[in-house]
Each structure stands twice: as C-alpha cells, then as structure tokens.
Design a binder for this molecule. Structure first.
Ligand SMILES: *Cc1c(COP(=O)(O)O)cnc(C)c1O
Length: 472
C-alpha cells in the first residue's frame, strides 16, 4: 500500500469537509446537509447509507477507466456470474478453515490443479497455498529457500556469512523487497546489448556457497519475454558438477505460469525440471480473477521447511498455514475455482490465445508505422515493448505516453535498468477484455498523434528517469 502521511497538506486547506449533493441528502436533511462530513477526521455521527454510498461512489468516479489501462497485468473484467459469486463470498475468511471448510476445500483443489498443470512429479506430494498475490507468494518461496540454506549452512550463517539470491536485474520489485525485508544480498545479472533478461551462464557465475537460490521469470515485467528457465537449470547442473554447489531455482510465473501451459505446452520451464523447487503465479493476472489472489507451490514437502508452517487452534481445528497475513478474503479463491471450472484447459487456451493474437498483430502494426522499433513481438507473454526508431529525434517515448494519455490510454514509458539505462521504452499489456477492436482504436490514437509529435522541435519530456508506473 502507499504510505500515507496523515492529513494531505497539498489539498485545498479550505476543503475540510465533503460536499453532499442535496439530491442524496434525502433521508434527514437536518443531519446530512448541515452536518457535512469532515475530510480528515472520523465524523461525529452516522449518515444515511444511501448518502454515504453516493458520496463514496462520486469520489471514485475520477479513478481511471480500467479497460483503457494497458499498463497493468491485473484482471479488470469478470463475467457477472463470477461477480455474483464473489459478492456472496465476501464475508468468508480464508484463515477460518474450520468455519469455512468448503472454501478451504476449493483452495486445496486449486492447488492440486496447478500442481498438475505445472507437472509436479507427484501431485499428491506437491504443497501449496493461496496468497494475496505473487508478491506474498514470492516472499514465502524466498523464505523457504533461505531457511533451507540456513539449515544446511548453520555454522557459516552463525559466523556471519550473508545469504544471497541470484536473478536478472529485470526482476519485479517484489524480489528487491524480499531481499531488503529478509536481509538477503541481491545478486543481479545486468542486461547486455539486445538481451533484456537473465543470462544463464552469467547467473551461474554469480553463485557461491552462500546462494540460497536463483530466480527465473516467466514473463519479464520489462518486456514480456520468457526467461530461459531450462537453460538456467542446465547452467546450474553444470555448476554442481564442477563445484558441488546445489542451487535450487524458483520460477516467478506471476503472468507466464498461466499462459505458457496453454499456449506453449512444449516449453519446459516448470516442475519437469528437477531443479525447480517452487513456482508462483498471480491468480489476478492471467489467472483471470479480480485482485488479490496469488498461488505458491513447492515441488514436494522437502522443499518447504516444516518449521515455517504454523498450526493454530484459535479458530477450532488445526489447519497448517503458511502466509504473511492471518485473515484474508475467501471470495477470490472461490472465484479462482470458478474460473478453473468454467474455462477448463481449452477455455484458458482460447482466452490467452486471443490476448496473444491481439498483442502480435498490434505489435506488427505499430512497427509498420515506421517510427518505432519493437523490443519484443508479443509472442511470449501477450505483452510487448517498443521504442522510437533510431532516426526519430523530434520526440521520445515519454512524449508518446503523454499524447496517448490525452486520448484516454494509459501506456507507460520507462527507462531500462543496468546496463541499458540508455534505453527507454513503451509497454503494452494485452489482457482479456482488450479486444481487437480496442487495439484498432489504440493504433488509431497513436497514428493520429504522430503528425504533431513529428513536428516537435525535440523531446518535450526531457527527464528520462521519470518513468510512469509500470511495475504491475
Ligand atoms: C506482477 C508481478 C509480480 C507481483 O505480483 P502481485 O500479484 O502484483 O503481487 C511479481 N513478479 C512478476 C514477474 C510480476 O509480473
């Protein structure tokens, strides 16, 4: 969550109370029109529910239109039946497995389905849980890696050795958080030339006896490319042969773990690789559920140290849990189960294929405009990144992002990390609901912005470090 600092001093200081539309103030005019609710204090007394509802709704009206947001990976449309189911389940608390044993059963079935989808060698022995999203799932998977390492290296840990985690510099911010929060040294493989994600050989070279694991990303946030997980495992196999170091791999499949199984079944990135100890995904990205739900799975019970799993009896029953939070909404888990049942394998394939078709065709047509150069084609995740062609000097990607914003589109522009800080890109995430028709409209907006952009004397947005938010 954003860290907020109490009363907002930037707001109009006169605006200390909310304004109530007289139309909504029907129930008790004396109360609602004269006692207007304060902005930064808890009101002294209650308001009628209708008035409150309209007030909050009006305030939220200025949030963006999610369907025009091409920055986020997160689900912004679910069908009405799924919405109804979620509303019916909104009081269910995931932690209360004794009160809601059927919700717990749906969670177990989802874990079993994912274990099967990701080729766990023995789905009976795979362990997993739902989380609030991939970030929590990555924290849990990272903690398991760290605990496994400290168990095996107790002496070295006691005498001050610092555990490290090897990954590409393109990791999502959750891995920087993990390293910061749990005091693990991040060892990152930089980008080089036209390689915008991890290089397996360079990753293996960064490993030593203090390495708790290596992360491979199925679907880089920066450009939508799959990292070469199979090659990473092979490089670590060779490392083990040479040095005896046995480095487990975690696959961050926040997006791709719900895309690759359906669209790229021949690609080997999951538990088929013996070195892969754990995998996470975001149910609320290509798992097609509203936020927030994620999943973390371990290959077998040995991959998840037993002492990290808690059993509490406060709620009756003795359910083992592994989570950062205690209480958590159960509606998302019910909705995930609904989505799995509703679509099945071929349904998921159709939905993801439609998104990828839109991505590929849009990428191709943007390249054909002549002003842009593609970094990725939208043929892995349904996501692509592009930059201005080398002969374009009148404007930059930040100008394009601003222009598209004027047409209502949110297309983020940002600078790449080491060693490609010279490169700034735009990124388009194609999700369910971003139809071919909407893609036509985006292309039209881009096309109509070009004459003015080309007439600029030079880039207007000069601060190239000023990235628009894209880390979703
Ligand atoms: C989105 C994303 C995350 C974080 O996922 P949340 O579900 O938003 O917490 C982690 N890793 C990758 C690769 C992502 O794309």
């Amino acid at each position: 969550m954003a860290v907020h600092h109490g009363a907002d001093r930037r707001a109009d200081p006169r605006r200390e109370t909310l304004s109530v539309n007289p139309f909504h103030a029907v129930a008790d005019p004396a109360e609602t029109m004269e006692t207007v609710p304060p902005v930064n204090r808890l009101p002294d007394g209650p308001m009628p529910s209708e008035t409150t509802y309209e007030l909050v709704r009006d305030e939220l009206m200025l949030d963006g239109n999610a369907r025009l947001n091409l920055a986020t990976f997160v689900t912004t449309w679910m069908e009405p039946r799924a919405e109804a189911l979620m509303a019916e389940c909104s009081a269910k608390n995931m932690i209360d497995k004794d009160e809601y044993p059927r919700t717990a059963e749906l969670e177990r079935r989802c874990v079993a389905m994912l274990a099967d989808l990701w080729h766990a060698p023995d789905p009976q022995r795979a362990v997993g849980c739902s989380t609030t999203g991939s970030s929590e799932a990555c924290m849990l998977a990272g903690l398991a890696l760290k605990r496994r390492w400290t168990r095996r290296n107790a002496d070295r840990f006691r005498t001050g050795a610092r555990p490290n985690l090897v990954m590409g510099v393109n990791v999502q911010v959750c891995w920087e958080k993990f390293c910061n929060f749990w005091e693990v040294e991040p060892r990152t493989v930089p980008m080089e030339g036209e390689r915008f994600h991890l290089d397996p050989q360079r990753a293996a070279e960064l490993c030593d006896e203090n390495t708790i694991g290596a992360v491979g990303i199925m679907g880089s946030t920066f450009d939508g490319s799959y990292e070469p997980v199979e090659e990473l495992c092979a490089a670590l196999d060779a490392l083990q042969e040479r040095t005896g170091l046995d480095v487990p791999v975690h696959v961050d499949g926040a997006s791709g773990a719900m895309v690759a199984p359906f669209l790229d079944p021949g690609l080997v990135w999951d538990f088929r690789l013996e070195r892969v100890a754990s995998i996470n995904t975001s149910g609320h990205k290509y798992g097609l559920v509203y936020p927030g739900v994620g999943w973390a799975l371990w290959r077998d019970a040995e991959s998840l140290p037993e002492e990290l799993v808690f059993r509490v009896n406060y709620l009756g029953g003795e359910m083992p849990t592994f989570a950062l939070n205690f209480s958590r909404p159960g509606a998302q888990v019910a909705a995930q189960y609904y989505t799995f049942l509703r679509l099945g394998r071929s349904g998921f394939r159709a939905v993801q294929q439609a998104a990828r078709d839109v991505a590929r065709s849009l990428a191709e047509r943007i390249a054909a405009l002549g002003d842009f150069q593609l970094l990725t084609q939208g043929d892995q995740l349904p996501v692509f990144a592009f930059t201005t062609a080398s002969d374009v000097s009148a404007y930059n990607v930040f100008d394009v992002s601003r222009r598209l914003r004027e047409h209502g589109w949110l297309v983020p522009a940002y600078t790449f990390p080491a060693n490609r800080q010279d490169l700034s890109v735009l990124r388009v995430v194609c999700r369910n609901g971003f139809t071919a028709d909407l893609a036509d409209l985006l292309l039209d907006s881009l096309d109509r912005s070009l004459p003015e952009l080309r007439r600029q004397p030079g880039p207007l947005e000069r601060d190239e470090q000023k990235a628009t938010g894209f880390h979703h």
